[in-house]
Write a protein that binds this ligand. Structure first.
Ligand SMILES: NC(=O)c1ccc[n+]([C@@H]2O[C@H](COP(=O)([O-])OP(=O)(O)OC[C@H]3O[C@@H](n4cnc5c(N)ncnc54)[C@H](O)[C@@H]3O)[C@@H](O)[C@H]2O)c1
Ligand SMILES: O=c1ccn([C@@H]2O[C@H](COP(=O)(O)OP(=O)(O)O[C@H]3O[C@H](CO)[C@@H](O)[C@H](O)[C@H]3O)[C@@H](O)[C@H]2O)c(=O)[nH]1
Length: 323
C-alpha cells in the first residue's frame, strides 16, 4: 500500500495511473490545484491537507503504508517571489509534518518531487547531479531545503529516500483520459496547444536575446509517463534495499528552444501559431538540459518518448480535455 500525496495533480495523477497497475494506492490531496476527475477510480481518495497533522495521524493509523510519494507543493516561480511565505509553509512546513508522522509510524520509504530549479543558472551545458545547486527563487529554494532536510533525517532517523529532480514535465497519458490542466497555465507546451485549439489568441515568446543558437531559451522536455515509470523504479529501489538515499535528474538529455517547441507543435497539429516576441520572463535560465545517466546506470531507467511524441500525446488530450 502506497500513499501518494498530491496524486490529483498533473504529475501525481499520471504516477497513480501507472502505479495502480501493480500496487494498492491511497491518494491524499486538498484539490487546491488538482482535479478529482484525474484520480484513477481504483484508488482510495482522501480529500485533505498535508499540513493537518491530526488527519495525517488518523490516515497512518488506518493504513499500513510501505512508502510515500510526495508531489504536493505550490510551484509557480513568479508567485513564490511575491509570496514566499506560502511556498515555505506549504512546501517545507507541511512536508516536515508528513515526515514526522511517517517516522512515528515506522514508514521509512519516501520519494520526493524536486526540480531543475534547484540548480539556478548552471554554468555547464549538461547538468548532472554533482553540479552545484544555487536556486534563484523561493520555489527552488524550498525544494532544495527539503532535499537537505531529507539528508539529515536519513542520517539521524533512518529515513530512506529518493529525490527526483524533474526537468520540464510535459505530455499526457496515452489514453488521453488525463492530461496537463493547470489554472493558470504557465507552461509552454500546454499554452501553445491551447492557442492552436482556439482557446488563446496568441503565444508570447519570452525573450529572443539569450545566448543560444536562435536566441530563445532551451529546455529538456520529459514525457510525464516516463517520469511516472522513474518513480516506480525509484520506489522499488528503496523497498528492495538497493538504495537508502539517492538523488537523480530526470530528463531526456536533449535541449529544444522555445522556437523549436512551437515549430514541432505546428508540425504535429498541422496548424500555424500566431507568435509574438516579448521581453524576458524574470528568472529564466537560458539553458537547462539534464544528464540522466546516473539513474540509467543505477536503476536502468531512461526516457523513452521524444519531443514529437510528447506533443502528440498532449495534443490528443487538448483536443478533448476532460477537466
Ligand atoms: N510540472 C513540472 O514541470 C514540474 C517540474 C519540476 C518539479 N515539479 C514538482 O512536481 C510536483 C507536481 O507538480 P505538478 O505539475 O503535478 O503540480 P500540480 O499543481 O498539478 O500538483 C500538485 C498537487 O498537490 C496538491 N496539493 C498542493 N498542496 C497540498 C497540500 N497542502 N495538501 C494536499 N494536497 C496538496 C494539489 O491540489 C495538486 O493536486 C510538485 O512538487 C512540483 O514542484 C513539477
Ligand atoms: O508562454 C510562454 C511560456 C513559456 N515560455 C518559455 O518557455 C520555456 C519553458 O517555460 P515553462 O514551460 O514555463 O517551464 P520552466 O519555466 O522551464 O519551468 C518548468 O521546469 C522547471 C524545471 O526545468 C521546473 O522547476 C518548473 O517547476 C517547471 O514549471 C521558458 O524559457 C519560458 O520563458 C514562453 O516563451 N512563453
Amino acid at each position: 500500500m502506497i500513499l501518494i500525496v498530491g496524486g490529483a495533480g498533473y504529475i501525481g495523477s499520471h504516477v497513480v495511473k501507472e502505479l495502480v497497475k501493480e500496487e494498492q494506492v491511497v491518494v491524499l490531496d486538498n484539490l487546491s490545484t488538482g482535479h478529482i476527475e484525474a484520480v484513477d477510480e481504483k484508488v482510495t481518495f482522501i480529500h485533505g491537507d498535508l499540513g493537518n497533522e491530526a488527519d495525517l495521524r488518523t490516515l497512518f493509523s488506518e493504513y499500513a503504508f510501505n512508502g510515500v510519494m510526495h508531489f504536493a507543493a505550490n510551484s509557480l516561480v513568479g508567485e513564490s517571489v511575491s509570496n514566499p511565505q506560502k511556498y515555505y509553509a506549504n512546501n517545507i512546513v507541511s512536508t516536515l509534518t508528513l515526515l514526522e508522522v511517517m517516522l512515528d509510524n515506522n514508514v521509512n520509504n519516501f520519494i520526493f518531487s524536486s526540480t531543475a530549479a534547484t540548480y539556478g543558472i548552471p554554468k555547464v551545458e549538461i547538468i548532472n547531479e554533482s553540479v552545484e545547486t544555487n536556486p534563484i527563487n523561493p520555489y527552488g529554494k524550498s525544494k532544495l531545503m527539503v532535499e537537505q532536510i531529507l539528508e539529515d533525517y536519513a542520517a539521524a532517523y533512518g529515513l530512506n529516500y529518493v529525490t527526483l529532480r524533474y526537468f520540464n514535465a510535459a505530455g499526457a497519458d496515452e489514453t488521453a483520459e488525463i492530461g496537463e490542466s493547470h489554472n493558470p497555465e504557465t507552461h509552454l507546451i500546454p499554452i501553445v496547444l491551447q492557442h492552436l485549439a482556439g482557446l488563446r489568441e496568441q503565444v508570447s515568446i519570452f525573450g529572443n536575446d539569450y545566448d543560444t543558437p536562435d536566441g530563445t531559451c532551451i529546455r529538456d522536455y520529459i514525457h510525464v509517463t516516463d517520469l511516472a515509470k522513474a518513480h516506480i523504479v525509484a520506489l522499488q529501489s528503496l523497498i528492495d534495499g538497493k538504495n537508502k538515499t539517492a538523488t537523480y535528474n530526470l530528463g531526456n538529455g536533449l535541449g529544444y528552444s522555445v522556437k523549436e517547441v512551437i515549430e514541432i507543435c505546428e508540425y504535429v497539429t498541422g496548424l500555424k501559431a500566431n507568435v509574438e516576441m516579448t521581453k524576458r520572463r524574470r528568472g529564466d535560465p537560458a539553458r537547462l538540459v539534464a544528464s540522466s545517466n546516473k539513474i540509467y546506470e543505477e536503476l536502468g531507467w531512461k526516457a523513452e518518448r521524444n519531443l514529437e511524441q510528447i506533443i502528440q500525446s498532449a495534443w490528443k488530450w487538448h483536443q478533448h480535455p476532460k477537466y
